[in-house]
Design a protein around this ligand. Structure first.
Ligand code: HEM
Ligand code: HEM
Length: 179
């Protein structure tokens, strides 16, 4: 079913805004921005939390506040929010981050992030938007993919994350925040 952003707004106001804010730019550390994210991706992640395919203590609790029918509406609401630039905490890492994002690292077999997530981090229906994402959140998700703690559809991301050095991960997270 197609979500209705107006219905989604009232549902989000009930519980999600405490952490994801009304405009989808989280004020909380290590919490993902949802603004402008593809609705199909948001729906999928919410269903994965609900079914236990993606585990998070925080979201595992809060997803229970939504009914199955409410999920597409909340997704449509956050997808409709404007993407505003993220917060870069270490600009000195942006050059390395751009290189990793655009070209990967052929020496260690890291593919270009842009190949799936788009030149500007815009993503597609299939691949999540990364543009403007919170640095701490991105670093933590890469760690989880690498060690197998984020298990939902980790096929593609696990190999990518596993081949990255800590310095590359931090740098690419800064670049993503700048997009
Ligand atoms: C992750 C939606 C409430 C904190 C997410 C994600 C979605 C989402 C779709 C995944 C984002 C992505 O993959 O990029 C919602 C909705 C809520 C809600 C619809 C209302 C029912 C909350 C609340 C908190 C919170 C109240 C804080 C207490 C987080 C955190 C993550 C997250 C920390 C990252 C979890 C992880 O590492 O898997 N949320 N959220 N959320 N949310 Fe929420
Ligand atoms: C998800 C980063 C390369 C496919 C993600 C997420 C991050 C990320 C942080 C989680 C998004 C969120 O939770 O909101 C990166 C970086 C890359 C890279 C930094 C380059 C070093 C790729 C490539 C592919 C890919 C090359 C395709 C071959 C995916 C898919 C998901 C994802 C399918 C979502 C999985 C799901 O639906 O749960 N990526 N990515 N990524 N990435 Fe990448």
């Amino acid at each position: 079913t197609k979500g209705d952003p107006e219905i989604g707004a009232t549902i989000a106001a009930r519980v999600c805004v405490a952490c994801h804010a009304e405009d989808g730019t989280s004020p909380m550390p290590n919490t993902p921005r949802l603004a402008g994210q593809h609705a199909t991706y948001l729906v999928k992640q919410m269903k994965d939390y609900r079914a236990g395919r993606r585990t998070s203590e925080v979201m595992g609790n809060f997803i229970g506040a939504l009914t199955e029918e409410e999920i597409p509406h909340v997704a449509a609401y956050y997808a409709a929010q404007e993407v505003i630039p993220g917060v870069v905490t270490d600009p000195s890492l942006l050059d390395l981050g751009r290189r990793v994002y655009d070209d990967g690292n052929p020496g260690s077999g890291i593919p270009a992030c842009s190949g799936c997530h788009g030149d500007e981090g815009e993503g597609t229906r299939r691949f999540p938007q990364l543009a403007g994402q919170d640095v701490g959140y991105t670093v933590e998700q890469m760690r989880r993919y690498a060690v197998g703690e984020r298990t939902n559809d980790r096929g593609l991301m696990q190999t990518v994350a596993d081949r990255m050095t800590e310095a590359e991960t931090l740098a690419v997270a800064q670049y993503i925040a700048s997009l």
